[in-house]
Design a protein around this ligand. Structure first.
Ligand code: MG
Length: 257
C-alpha cells in the first residue's frame, strides 16, 4: 500500500524534473541526442552592467589604473604613460600582456590622437597582436586612405575590413575580437588561425582564416609556435591610447559539450 502511494506521488515529479528527451535522434557526429537533458549545463557568467564592461569570468588586463599586467618584450616593466584611465603609447617599443592566451575573446578600446598628424600609415598607427604575432591594425582611418589591408581593423597585410567603421580622431573606439589560434602537428600547420572582429559593434572580419604571422611587404606564412602567446600592443611612433582591456580564454570549438 505504502509503495503504491510513493510511486503515484513520485511519477509526476520525475516527469516534471526531466530536462529533455532520451528518445530523440542523435546529433550527427556526437554522443548527444536532440534536446538531450543530460548534456552539461553551460556555466553561469555574469555580464557587465554596461556595454563593453568585463563579464565575471574575464581576465582584466587594464582597468585604467596601472600597467602591472604588462611588460616590455625583454621582460622589464611596461613604460607607457597611464593617465585619466587610459594608457598611451610611448616610444621605446611594444608592450606585451604578462599572461599568455590561445583561443580567446578580446575586448579593447582605443583612440587615435585628436591632433591629426601625418597621413596613410603614419597617422595614429598602432596595433593589437594576438599571440604576439597576428595583428589587427589600429590606425586613424577617418578620412585617411591607405592600402586597404593596412587600414583600421584590417588583419594587417592580409584582409581588409568588410567596411570602414572608424570614428573620428580622439573618439573612443572598440574592438571585440574572437580569435582561434592556429594548430600545429608534427612541425606543420594543421589548422590556420581564424579571427572575427567587430569594430564599434560592426562586423569587419567574419571568421577570416589567416595565412600566417603578420609581416610587412611579404606574404605571411606560419612557423610553428607554442599554443599560447601574449596580447601585444604596437608602438608605431604615434601616441595612440588604450583603455578597458579584457580577455576571456575560450574552450576549443570542437570540444564535446
Ligand atoms: Mg600597426
Amino acid at each position: 500500500m505504502r509503495t503504491t502511494v510513493l510511486v503515484l506521488v513520485l511519477l509526476p515529479v520525475c516527469g516534471q524534473d526531466r530536462l529533455g528527451y532520451d528518445d530523440t535522434p542523435h546529433l550527427p557526429g556526437g554522443k548527444w541526442r536532440v534536446h538531450d537533458g543530460r548534456r552539461p549545463q553551460p556555466r553561469v557568467v555574469t555580464p557587465g552592467t554596461k556595454p563593453g564592461q568585463a563579464p565575471s569570468d574575464a581576465v582584466v588586463l587594464f582597468d585604467g589604473v596601472d600597467l602591472s599586467k604588462w611588460q616590455k618584450g625583454n621582460g622589464s616593466d611596461a613604460h607607457w604613460k597611464v593617465e585619466d584611465g587610459y594608457m598611451e603609447v610611448l616610444k621605446g617599443g611594444a608592450i606585451d600582456s604578462r599572461d599568455h592566451f590561445g583561443d580567446c575573446q578580446l575586448h579593447i578600446e582605443w583612440a587615435t590622437p585628436v591632433e591629426v598628424k601625418g597621413k596613410g600609415q603614419g597617422r595614429g598607427n598602432s596595433g593589437v597582436y594576438l599571440m604576439g604575432r597576428y595583428e589587427v591594425q589600429v590606425l586613424d582611418s577617418w578620412n585617411n586612405k591607405t592600402y586597404p589591408d593596412g587600414q583600421a581593423a584590417a588583419l594587417y597585410g592580409q584582409s581588409p575590413p568588410l567596411v570602414n567603421a572608424c570614428r573620428a580622431p580622439g573618439e573612443w573606439q572598440t574592438y571585440d575580437i574572437v580569435f582561434r589560434s592556429p594548430r600545429f602537428a608534427e612541425g606543420k600547420l594543421s589548422s590556420p588561425a581564424r579571427a572575427t572582429v567587430l569594430h564599434n559593434g560592426v562586423i569587419v572580419q567574419d571568421a577570416v582564416k589567416l595565412i600566417g604571422a603578420t609581416t610587412h611587404k611579404r606574404a605571411a606564412k606560419y612557423r610553428p609556435h607554442s599554443p599560447k602567446g601574449p596580447i601585444r600592443l604596437q608602438d608605431h611612433g604615434n601616441p595612440v591610447r588604450y583603455r578597458n582591456i579584457w580577455v576571456r580564454p575560450l574552450v576549443a570549438p570542437q570540444s564535446d559539450r
